[in-house]
Design a protein around this ligand. Structure first.
Ligand SMILES: [Zn+2]
Length: 78
């Protein structure tokens, strides 16, 4: 796997993760599509029990924004 930015800590087992407000950790993946998929997968965990469509959409939007901000934040530090 090519690594463009190898400014990593010596401890490689500690991979960067974004932590959701629910406490779940989502691994930061250096691939936008896969990262998006991981976020969407996690959003489903939040919305699957919400019966009201509008409520589910609002919750999805909230989680998506929260996670994307964290991802960008983390990515800017790498
Ligand atoms: Zn969550």
């Amino acid at each position: 796997m090519p690594q463009k930015k190898s400014r990593k800590a010596t401890d490689n087992s500690h991979l960067p993760t974004v932590k959701c407000s629910c406490g779940a950790k989502i691994l930061l993946i250096p691939d936008v599509k896969k990262m998006n998929q991981a976020i969407e997968d996690h959003i489903l965990a939040h919305t699957k029990n919400i019966q009201n469509v509008k409520e589910a959409e609002a919750e999805a939007e909230r989680i998506r924004n929260e996670l994307i901000i964290k991802v960008l934040d983390l990515a800017s530090e790498m």
